[in-house]
Design a protein around this ligand. Structure first.
Ligand SMILES: C[S@@+](CC[C@H](N)C(=O)[O-])C[C@H]1O[C@@H](n2cnc3c(N)ncnc32)[C@H](O)[C@@H]1O
Length: 330
C-alpha cells in the first residue's frame, strides 16, 4: 500500500525552486475568450448537454485544437470510469482537495474537465443547497457520467472547452480541476477562464500529478522523454507540470496563492495498479532502459526503480501530487 508524505507550504514559504522550462509556453490564446458571458446554470441531467444559448464551439471540440483524445471514445470513457476507483491514492488526494475547497454546502462549484464526474461525486456529498457544474469537452465522458448507476446529486453537466467556458462571469464560489491540468494544451487560458467565472474571493483548487523541477540537462531530457511517452496515448497537448509551474500559471492569471500542498506517495509493489498515471511511467522506464541508460538511471534516482520479470515488473519509489489553492482577489 502506498504511503503518504506531506509538505504543507504556507503562503510565506518560498516554493519557487528550480528552473522551469514551462513558463510562457501556454500563452498562445490569451485574451480570446472574454466574449463568453453566458450562463449554464440551468443545465440539468435531462437536458442532454444542450447549451440553450448561442455558442461558437461545437460539442466535443476543443478550443482551437483539432486533436481528439481517447476521452472522446465511448469505449475508453466507460473503461476509464470502471477502472479508476476512488480508493487509495486518488481517494486520499480527493479527500484533501475537498478539505481545501472548504465548503459550507451552499456554494456553486465548478468542476473543470469533470470527465465522468468521478471526483464531483464525493464533492457533491458536501453540497446542500448549492450546486456543482461539471464542464468537459468530451461528450463520451459526459455521457458515461449522465448514465451512471450512482447519480451525482446537485450536479449539472455542460459541454465545452475549459479554455472557453460556456459560463457567466463572476458566478461561482469555488472551482476545482482534478487530474486534468496536464491534458490542457492551453493551461494558462484555462486558469484565466476560471478566474473570470469565479466571484471575487472565490477559491480554485488545482489537483495534479507533478514532476520534479529539472535541475540539469539530464533532468530536462528525462522530462521530455516522459512527456513523449504520455503523448503517444494522450495526444500532443499532454504535459506534466511542476509545482512551481502551476503556481506561476495561477499567479500570472491574477490569483493569490494562499496554500500549496505537495503530497508524495511511496509504493513498493508488483505493477502500477492503483497508481494514477503509473502504467505509462513504467512504459517510459522500460523504453529508457533499452534506449538511454543514463536517463533510466535518472528515472530511478528521481522517481522509482523497477525490476522486470516476464510480463510483470516490481516497482518501488514515489510520485508527487500538487494541491494548490488560488483565490480570486475581491
Ligand atoms: C483524466 S480525465 C479527469 C476527469 C475528472 N476530472 C476526474 O478526475 O475524474 C481528463 C478529462 O479532461 C477533459 N479535457 C481535456 N482537455 C480538455 C479541455 N481543453 N476542455 C475540457 N475538457 C478537457 C477530458 O475530456 C477528460 O474528461
Amino acid at each position: 500500500m502506498a504511503e503518504q508524505g506531506k509538505h504543507d507550504h504556507r503562503p510565506d514559504q518560498d516554493h519557487q525552486h528550480g528552473d522551469d522550462k514551462h513558463a510562457d509556453q501556454d500563452d498562445h490564446s490569451q485574451g480570446q475568450h472574454r466574449a463568453h458571458d453566458h450562463s449554464d446554470h440551468d443545465h440539468s441531467h435531462d437536458q442532454e448537454h444542450s447549451h440553450g444559448h448561442d455558442h461558437s464551439h461545437k460539442h466535443g471540440e476543443s478550443h482551437g485544437h483539432d486533436h481528439k483524445t481517447r476521452f472522446h471514445d465511448p469505449v475508453h470513457a466507460a473503461e476509464f470510469d470502471r477502472r479508476s476507483t476512488m480508493e487509495g491514492i486518488r481517494g486520499s488526494l480527493t479527500t484533501k482537495m475537498i478539505e481545501m475547497l472548504s465548503l459550507s454546502g451552499n456554494e456553486w462549484v465548478l468542476d473543470v474537465a469533470t470527465g465522468t464526474g468521478r471526483v464531483a461525486r464525493p464533492v457533491s456529498k458536501h453540497i446542500k443547497t448549492g450546486r456543482i457544474v461539471g464542464v468537459d469537452q468530451a461528450l463520451a465522458m459526459l455521457d458515461v457520467g449522465h448514465q451512471h448507476k450512482d447519480p451525482i446529486s446537485s450536479y449539472s453537466q455542460s459541454a465545452g472547452a475549459a479554455d472557453a467556458l460556456p459560463l457567466k462571469s463572476n458566478s461561482f464560489d469555488r472551482a476545482f480541476v482534478s487530474f486534468s491540468l496536464h491534458h490542457f494544451g492551453n493551461a494558462s487560458g484555462v486558469v484565466k477562464e476560471v478566474i473570470r467565472v469565479l466571484k471575487g474571493g472565490g477559491r480554485f483548487v488545482v489537483l495534479d500529478p507533478i514532476i520534479e523541477e529539472a535541475k540539469d540537462a539530464v533532468d530536462a531530457a528525462l522530462e521530455a522523454k516522459i512527456n513523449q511517452v504520455f503523448r503517444r496515448t494522450h495526444g500532443p497537448e499532454f504535459r506534466f507540470h511542476t509545482a512551481s509551474s502551476i503556481q506561476r500559471l495561477l499567479s500570472k492569471a491574477g490569483y493569490r496563492i494562499p496554500r500549496t500542498n505537495i503530497l508524495s506517495y511511496s509504493f513498493n509493489q508488483e505493477g502500477m495498479d492503483g497508481i494514477p498515471t503509473g502504467r505509462h511511467w513504467l512504459e517510459a522506464a522500460l523504453e529508457l532502459e533499452k534506449e538511454t541508460p543514463e536517463l533510466a538511471e535518472r528515472m530511478k534516482k528521481n522517481y522509482f526503480t523497477w525490476h522486470a520479470h516476464g510480463d510483470h515488473a516490481h516497482v518501488k519509489g514515489s510520485f508527487s501530487y500538487a494541491l494548490i489553492t488560488g483565490v480570486k482577489p475581491e
